[in-house]
Design a protein around this ligand. Structure first.
Ligand SMILES: *Cc1c(COP(=O)(O)O)cnc(C)c1O
Length: 419
């Protein structure tokens, strides 16, 4: 019998022609081993063509750096407030704290799992009443690639004249009414980390709306050096530009971006089909109104609380080290094994069952308003993200996941269910 290889959520996957290595080799051959150069220019150009809408792109060292610079460009300073989707990865909100500002968390709507427009407006009105000032920016997030309600969020943001920073780190290539995510707001951000839709190993980008914005972001990304024959600084800048080596990988990846997108959508469709009759398991799908076109970066499922999964009694019996908890094998030994807000036991049992079958599955992201570090941050909640966190799970969808893998994963899920 052939030995099974471990199936990961979304592993980096290179072009068959080795385009990434060709561009990286070119960088070495021409000695462009710096955070600028022909690959950075070429990658940005390819991104501009892909994103469309006449946007200008700045390639950056990470998606987190892009969020940070977007906030700086919006004038966020110490003491300000920024509204951000609570149901997200920490890179949407952490940069707000880098600036000494306060995140104001807004909960999700049940269908997209993204920022609830009604709660967004409630939060804006209440913050103005409580602080006498408007929040400085609004950060919606394309969770697992799913578009947010662009029409309503942009309408509310425009009415209150608050800039929108679209966190499309997980939503590369997702569209709303045929338009790419990241092109609706004041600024958009992308991530090219190793597990995202395309990768530069680590990297990110800013989608800007004008040459003026583009120039300002470029200045901030390169230590804000004024045009003199010597270093002259009139603002505090950052060293956030993408390396020409990483950009070489990105240029290669752009040749297969459409292939990756098609693959993720195909894997999602297969999961939807194979899991449709499995009682107690539900695939997170996009709204059917025709406006939403998710990239389905990760397929997410929910598990009914009543569903009995094998090994539930032993769930949460030992500390976890791995890609999520205790990254790099470093753990705080004295910490308790459980927290007061965690996935249900059947979800954890399913994760362990799949892990033993060499399948990487993960709980959905824990909402930021439930994170200890943000316990004092204002939050406008409706219970949606917390409820989904208790029943949700992400399944492998990356370009290395074959149809056969998806069938195997679904079979393992069915096996794990106690009849
Ligand atoms: C990955 C990610 C980012 C940015 O991440 P980097 O790893 O710094 O590139 C930002 N927001 C969300 C929602 C993400 O998933």
């Amino acid at each position: 019998m052939k030995e099974r290889k471990r199936i990961y959520l979304c592993l980096a996957h290179m072009s068959d022609e080795g385009m990434e290595q060709k561009y990286v080799k070119e960088a070495f051959d021409t000695n462009w081993v710096v955070p600028l150069g022909p690959n950075v220019d070429g990658f940005e150009k390819a991104l501009e063509e892909f994103i469309g809408e006449n946007k200008r792109i700045v390639a950056l060292a990470s998606g987190t750096a892009a969020v940070h610079l977007a906030l700086v460009e919006c004038g966020v300073e110490a003491g300000d407030e920024v509204i951000v989707q609570s149901f997200t990865f920490c890179a949407s909100s952490h940069p707000i704290t880098y600036l000494g500002a306060t995140p104001v968390f807004v909960d999700s709507e049940p269908d997209t799992w993204n920022m609830d427009p009604d709660l967004l407006e409630k939060a804006i009105v209440d913050r103005i009443a409580k602080t006498g000032r408007k929040p400085k920016a609004i950060v919606p997030v394309a969770l697992y690639g799913m578009p947010y309600d662009c029409d309503r969020i942009m309408e509310i943001a425009n009415r209150y004249e608050i800039p929108v920073i679209e966190d499309a780190a997980e939503g590369f290539g997702s569209k709303y009414k045929g338009q790419m995510l990241g092109t609706f707001g004041h600024l958009g951000i992308l991530s090219f980390n190793g597990n995202k839709m395309i990768t530069t190993s680590g990297g990110g980008a800013m989608i800007t709306n004008s040459d003026e914005q583009w120039r300002e972001i470029m200045m901030y990304a390169t230590q804000y050096r004024e045009s003199y024959p010597y270093y002259q600084h009139e603002k505090i800048g950052f060293n956030y530009r993408m390396s020409n080596i990483c950009a070489g990988i990105g240029r290669g990846q752009m040749t297969i971006a459409d292939k990756h997108l098609a693959h993720h959508r195909h894997a999602q469709a297969l999961y939807e089909e194979l899991l449709k009759d499995v009682e107690g398991i539900h695939v997170h799908t996009q709204p059917t109104c025709g406006k939403y076109d998710s990239n389905f970066w990760l397929t997410a499922i929910t598990i009914d609380p009543e569903l009995r999964v094998k090994g539930e009694d032993k769930a949460y019996s030992k500390a976890v080290t791995g890609a999520v908890g205790g990254a790099a094998g470093v753990v705080h030994i004295a910490k308790p094994i459980t927290t007061e807000c965690q996935p249900n036991r059947n979800v954890e049992a399913m994760r362990i069952w799949l892990d033993k079958a060499l399948i990487e599955a993960r709980p959905v992201w824990k909402p930021m308003h439930k994170q200890p570090i943000y316990q004092n941050a204002p939050a406008y909640t409706n219970g949606v993200s917390e409820a989904i966190f208790k029943i949700g799970m992400c399944l492998p969808t990356g370009p290395c996941v074959t149809d056969d893998d998806v069938r195997y994963i679904v079979d393992c899920i069915k096996e794990a269910i106690e009849c």
